[in-house]
Design a protein around this ligand. Structure first.
Ligand code: PLP
Length: 394
């Protein structure tokens, strides 16, 4: 920034996205004619299912083009509440649902209405990179709970105890996880619920945006379903981006107790107003339509996840906690390579391989690879990775 004096403290404190910097560099190299293999994608590689597009086009033709209620289309709020109640077993009514511009705005709004300056947000690492930044934007302090590949990225309740202070306000959970692909198991969530009962002032945000993308044999559990007595303290973030391949539509939601949803809706009404009116009709069609498209996409990620796992396990020196959900793998680099940012820079410059460094996810020894690319791209990327590691390790 050439003239910092014009910027607010918030703008100055914001960290530019390392992920975007990598994509921009990869794009520039591609445009310059380099052969680039990118495993850095953070989104599905499918088009949005046609019946959702059709419903949206129809809505446009029907004139659903005006302002709507800031909290969301009432029919969509109802449908989301029904989905949460029946599929996630979290009894919810429409007044407890806010339709947002992607899961991202759900998190942003929630942090803005729950957090005061000085509050602490407990974030188990590795974490999705926007959580700490959004906590800071709300004036709060992100407190990272370390975990590592060596311990399977397990949530450590003793570590939670150790970081707890009177200022701890909100715990962030993300299952299935971006970047590790880890899926929290029922027993682990039950243990956490027991722990939460001993800490009645702590609120919880559960980011469940990858709920449908699970390896065979895995089940997604909502904490609020396993611990209905804690439902008043639990807020669910979810959206249509990953399950229905709708990243560009910007459609997500926040669910939880009605007074908090009302406050988040008030914030939304003074900032962005309603989510695109006709796009909400597409989301409604998604919820009301057959889930076969979601299952087919999930099955395709499962195959590619397996390919990625097998390939990474065959590379000497990497430590991999095999992902069980989402569409990423997050291996730890060999012990003698400790800086993932520098490693990713070399991967791009020397091998034309775009990876995402673990640093912004809270683990500088790991790198994130996406399985949401063609099988040939995965195979090509793994070869390039192997070549680079062979060279670096002589
Ligand atoms: N939560 C996690 C864990 C994510 O990975 C993402 C997107 O990458 C989001 C939330 C936000 O998704 P949306 O595109 O719906 O804003």
């Amino acid at each position: 920034m050439s003239s910092p004096s014009v910027f607010s403290h918030r703008a100055v404190a914001l960290k530019p996205s390392l992920t975007l910097a990598i994509s921009a560099r990869a794009q520039a190299l591609k445009e310059a004619g380099r052969d680039i293999c990118s495993l850095s994608a953070g989104e599905p590689d499918f088009d949005t299912p046609e019946f959702i597009v059709d419903a949206t086009v129809k809505a446009l033709r029907d004139g659903i083009t005006r302002y709507g209620p800031a909290a969301g289309d009432p029919q969509l709020r109802e449908a989301i509440a029904r989905k949460l109640s029946s599929e996630n077993r979290v009894p919810t009514d429409a007044a407890q649902v806010l339709v947002t511009n992607g899961g991202k705005q759900a998190i942003y709004n929630l942090f803005q209405v729950l957090l005061n300056p000085g509050d602490q947000v407990l974030i188990p690492s590795p974490y999705w990179l926007s959580y700490p930044e959004m906590a800071r934007l709300a004036g709060a302090e992100p407190v990272v709970l370390p975990s590592s590949a060596a311990t399977g990225f397990q949530l450590d309740l003793e570590a939670l105890d150790a970081v707890l202070t009177p200022r701890s306000r909100l715990l962030v959970l993300n299952t299935p996880s971006n970047p590790t692909g880890r899926v929290m198991q029922r027993a682990e969530l039950e243990a956490l619920a027991a722990w939460l009962r001993r800490h009645p002032d702590l609120l919880v945000m559960c980011d469940e945006i990858y709920e449908f993308l699970l390896a065979e044999g895995e089940t997604h559990h909502s904490l609020a379903a396993l611990a209905p007595d804690l439902a008043e303290r639990i807020f669910i973030v979810n959206g249509f981006a990953k399950g229905w391949a709708m990243t560009g539509w910007r459609l997500g939601y926040l669910a939880g107790r009605a007074d908090v949803i009302k406050a988040a809706a008030a914030l939304q009404s003074q900032s962005t107003s309603n989510v695109c009116s006709f796009a909400q009709r597409g989301a409604l069609a998604a919820l009301e339509g057959s889930r076969s498209c979601v299952s087919a996409m999930a099955a395709s990620y499962t195959e590619r996840r397996q390919q990625m796992i097998a390939g990474l396990q065959a590379i000497d020196g990497l430590t991999l906690v095999p992902p069980r959900g989402a569409f990423y793998a997050f291996p730890q680099l060999p012990d003698d390579i400790t800086e993932s940012v520098e490693f990713c820079r070399l991967a791009l410059e020397e091998e034309g391989l775009a990876l995402v460094p673990g640093e912004p996810f809270g683990d500088r020894r790991c790198v994130r690879l996406s399985c949401a690319v063609a099988r040939e791209t995965i195979a090509d990327g793994l070869e390039r990775l192997q070549r680079l590691l062979d060279r670096l390790r002589g």
